[in-house]
Every structure is written in structure tokens, then in C-alpha cells.
Write a protein that binds this ligand. Structure first.
Ligand code: ADP
Ligand code: ADP
Ligand code: MG
Length: 460
């Protein structure tokens, strides 16, 4: 059993986990930095404990500080959320060694699937296609050039430990690769403490499609796919579930490959297998696995009616997997819009500030996952996500219209956000038809001027 759950995260995901814990009768303890003592997660939790200064390396990324907090608060389990220590195998191992449950897979599975280069090898073993690339991490320039010759240019140099859209560089030709390789290695060492990089063919008109799974260590089930092709700087901005791009046969093959890969490694907990899908050929290629809950999980919850965070906690406390594949149905359509504190007029520069006025959209089919409240001052030390607007409706068209309606209800004064960009995007004819790929948004942004909220209000 889990009675006391330590939540080693912040923002909306910490609050999300507090909610799931409470519904299961668990006592929640939020471990927070000095900059987050007034956060909504701290206010809503049963208890909170400060783990250090604002700087993440001294608090949310500090394994010893989090472990001490867990011991001190007599927690019997730790939920890592996403980002921070969620895919850190050493942390998962240390939690277990301290006699507590880590809400996630075993350290060995995190090592095998969280390392992007090793995960590619594992996918191949399980018969899952991967993007053509280097069989393992690159040893030296000579090997890089030989592999590059075989896979062709342009290609990507990717950090094995990368994540969050960081640690990826493009090389157009051999000359560029010679320059990029040492830079990518240095950057990877500084950003992720691991300088290993690998190469992958650059697929220019791909869609990002991923499969949500839950596993019990032997058996895995999927919860359909999410499409996350609208991205800026390789970071997801807008997601939908299901994907508008797949025919039934491809969709089925994709789901089966994800379940096969998860079962091949004996996956435990919630995880996501990410793929690139080529519209023209109908092929899909595995790119990486996230061995944690993802930011965009609520759209899957909307179409399946399953609370994924609650299921993670149930698995962690030993209840086993409560689903057969046929129990999981996909109904209707869901969208998620990530609203960030970023100024679209200033190249998306972070714009954290104090919330002066806040009106959330509500009504049928609308969900907000956010830790904002009126008067809250967003600390400038962390990422800029302020709210996830999730809408559900019977079909894609009505979900798009519902998202417009919800955005029109939303009012936030105090700092700039990307809400107006989303409103524009929802009106784009290609977005409406679902004709997008991972570079669509950046091309689209080059041809746009996004109105500031005040301009928008003057127009309407
Ligand atoms: P998702 O895959 O859930 O959509 P993202 O890729 O947007 O998630 O990442 C979720 C959060 O975790 C972001 O704040 C991102 O910056 C952070 N993150 C993910 N992986 C890493 C990593 N390896 N190193 C640092 N930050 C990461
Ligand atoms: P992260 O670990 O940072 O999430 P991913 O490997 O999942 O990195 O890639 C992030 C995004 O970068 C993808 O969603 C896609 O848009 C782009 N990308 C990754 N690999 C490729 C590739 N081989 N070709 C084209 N785009 C890619
Ligand atoms: Mg990814």
C-alpha cells in the first residue's frame, strides 16, 4: 500500500498528482523550492516540504534533497511527474534503496529506454522500425562520417540523454557534420551530463505521432495515439487525440508495435512511444520512449475516460493492470493547447509576471490543467507553461470550434501569453484539415503577425 506520497515536481503536474492521490485516499506531500512556497500545489496538498533554493539544480534536480524530504516526511512512495528527475535512473534506484516505491518503471528499464540511442537498438530487437541512423552512440568523427554516408544527408545529431526538444542539431552535409559533432558533444555534456550523441536521418515532412501505454511488467495495453506535430523548436505546442492522419490498418499496426515494444522490455507503469509518421509512404519509425507521464496525457484521458495518473498510482501500489485491451475505447476527439507565458511579439521570450485578472473557460467539454490563480506571481526560474486547455467533443470539427469558444472565454491579464497564437492557429485552413507536419508551425509563424490581446479585443 501507499499511504504517503511525495510529489517531486511543481506547477500544474504537481497539482494534477495531488488530485489523483486524494481520490485514491493517499496523503500528498509536495516537495517544493523556495520560489514555489506559494504555489497552488503546495496549497492544495496535505503537506509540503521545502527542498532548497529556486535554482532547479539545488532543489528539483537535487537527488539528495528530494530523498531527505521523502524520509523526513515519512513518505512511502515518490511520484516524479515529468521533466526534472522523472527519467533519472539513479534517482529511481535511490528511492527504491531507501525503501520507498518509485512511481514509474524500474531503474533498469529507464536506463534501457530513457537512453535514446539504446532505445533504438531495443526497438529493432522487438521488430519495431526506427529512423535510419547510427546503430549506437557515435565513437568518433571517422565513424560519424561513415554512418552519415550510409544514411544520407541532411541528418540530425541527437544527444542520447536529450529531452524537451533540446540536444538536437541538423547537419546538411559532411562539412557541417564535421563542425556540428564536437559542438553537439560539448553541448550534451553541459546540458545533460552525458556527451554521447547518435545520428538519425532527417525526415523533413514527418508527423509526430505517439502511443500511450500502461504496463504491469509483463502485459501492456495501449490507449491509442496522440498527434503532436504542431511544434516550435521541437517542442510541442498543440496536440490532438486521435491523429487525423492514420487509416485503420496503419493505426492498428502502430498500436501493436508499441505494445510489442513495451512487452519486449517488460514495461511497468505509464509510458509513451514516440514515432515519426511519413504521410507520403505511410511508414512509421520509432524515435524515442518517455518512461513517465507526459504533458499531453489529458487528451488521452478525455477520449478514453481513464485517469492515467490514478492508474500509475494504482499500479505502483500493486493493484495490477485493470484493463484488457478491449476494455479501452476511444470516443470523440480531444485537443490540448499549451498556453505559455511567452511574448509572441518578442520571439517567444519568456514573460512571467503576476496574474492581475484571470477568467478560466468552463462549460461542456472543457478542462483546464493549470496552477495559476489571481495574484499569483510566476517565478522566472522554470519553464513557461501556464495552462493546458483541453477540450473534448464528439468529432474533430466540433472540438476545434469548442476550443475557439473556450479561448474566447479565457482572460489573463498581467503578462503576455501564447493564447492569441492558438486562436489564430485554430482558424487556419490547413490546421482545420489536419494537414500539418512537424515544421508546419515554424513555416506558419514566419508568415504571421499574432495580435496582442488588446489589439484582438479592439478588433472584435
Ligand atoms: P512531453 O514529452 O511530456 O510532451 P516535453 O518533451 O514537453 O514533454 O517535456 C516535458 C518537460 O520536461 C519540459 O519541461 C521539458 O523541458 C522537460 N524535459 C524533458 N526531458 C528532459 C531532459 N532530458 N532534460 C531536461 N528537461 C527535460
Ligand atoms: P526529445 O527527446 O527532445 O523529445 P525527440 O527525439 O522526441 O526529442 O524529437 C523531438 C522532435 O524533433 C520530434 O517530435 C520531431 O519534431 C523532431 N525530430 C526528431 N527526430 C527527427 C528526425 N529524425 N527527423 C525529423 N524530425 C525529427
Ligand atoms: Mg520526444
Amino acid at each position: 500500500m501507499i499511504h504517503r506520497l511525495l510529489i517531486a515536481n511543481r506547477g500544474e503536474i504537481a497539482l494534477r498528482i495531488v488530485r489523483a492521490a486524494r481520490e485514491l485516499g493517499m496523503y500528498s506531500i509536495v516537495a517544493h523550492s523556495e520560489a514555489d512556497s506559494d504555489s497552488l500545489a503546495v496549497q492544495q496538498a496535505d503537506e509540503s516540504i521545502c527542498i532548497g533554493p529556486a535554482q532547479a539544480t539545488k532543489s528539483y534536480l537535487n537527488v539528495e534533497a528530494v530523498l531527505n524530504a521523502a524520509r523526513q516526511s515519512r513518505a512511502d512512495a515518490v511520484h516524479p511527474g515529468y521533466g526534472f528527475l522523472s527519467e533519472n535512473a539513479d534517482f529511481a534506484r535511490a528511492v527504491k534503496a531507501a525503501g520507498m516505491v518509485f512511481v514509474g518503471p524500474d531503474a533498469a528499464i529507464i536506463e534501457r529506454m530513457g537512453d535514446k540511442s539504446r532505445a533504438r537498438q531495443t526497438a529493432l530487437e522487438a521488430g519495431v522500425p526506427v529512423v535510419p541512423g547510427s546503430p549506437s552512440a557515435i565513437r568518433d568523427l571517422e565513424e560519424a562520417l561513415a554512418v552519415a554516408e550510409a544514411i544520407g544527408y541532411p541528418l540530425l545529431v541527437k544527444a542520447a540523454a536529450g529531452g524537451g526538444g533540446r540536444g538536437i542539431r541538423i547537419a546538411e552535409d559532411a562539412e557541417a557534420l564535421v563542425k556540428q559533432l564536437p559542438m553537439a558533444q560539448t553541448e550534451a555534456r553541459t546540458a545533460f551530463g552525458d556527451d554521447r550523441v547518435y545520428l538519425e536521418r532527417f525526415i523533413s515532412r514527418a508527423r509526430h505521432i505517439e502511443v500511450q501505454i500502461l504496463g504491469d511488467g509483463e502485459r501492456a495495453v495501449h490507449f491509442f495515439e496522440r498527434e503532436c506535430s504542431l511544434q516550435r523548436r521541437r517542442q510541442k505546442v498543440f496536440e490532438e487525440c486521435p491523429s487525423p492522419a492514420l487509416d485503420e490498418a496503419t493505426r492498428d499496426a502502430l498500436h501493436r508495435s508499441a505494445v510489442a515494444l513495451a512487452e519486449h522490455v517488460g514495461y511497468f507503469g505509464a509510458g509513451t512511444l514516440e514515432y515519426l509518421y511519413d504521410d507520403l509512404t505511410g511508414e512509421f519509425f520509432f524515435i524515442e520512449m518517455n518512461t513517465r507521464i507526459q504533458v499531453e496525457h489529458p487528451i488521452t484521458e478525455a477520449v478514453t475516460g481513464v485517469d492515467l495518473v490514478r492508474e500509475m498510482l494504482r499500479l505502483a501500489r500493486g493493484e495490477g493492470l485493470r484493463f484488457a485491451q478491449r476494455d479501452i475505447q476511444c470516443r470523440g476527439w480531444a485537443l490540448e493547447l499549451r498556453i505559455n507565458a511567452e511574448d509572441t511579439e518578442r520571439d517567444f521570450f519568456p514573460s512571467p509576471g503576476q496574474v492581475q485578472r484571470l477568467v478560466w473557460p468552463t462549460g461542456p467539454g472543457v478542462r483546464i490543467d493549470s496552477a495559476l490563480y489571481e495574484g499569483y506571481r510566476m517565478p522566472p526560474f522554470y519553464d513557461s507553461l501556464v495552462a493546458k486547455l483541453i477540450v473534448w467533443d464528439e468529432c474533430r470539427d466540433s472540438a476545434l470550434r469548442r476550443a475557439c469558444r473556450a479561448l474566447d472565454e479565457f482572460k489573463l491579464e498581467g503578462f503576455a501569453t501564447t493564447a492569441a497564437l492558438h486562436r489564430r492557429l485554430l482558424e487556419d485552413s490547413e490546421v482545420r484539415r489536419g494537414e500539418v507536419d512537424t515544421s508546419f508551425l515554424e513555416r506558419w509563424l514566419e508568415g504571421q503577425t499574432i495580435p496582442t490581446p488588446s489589439e484582438k479585443e479592439m478588433v472584435s
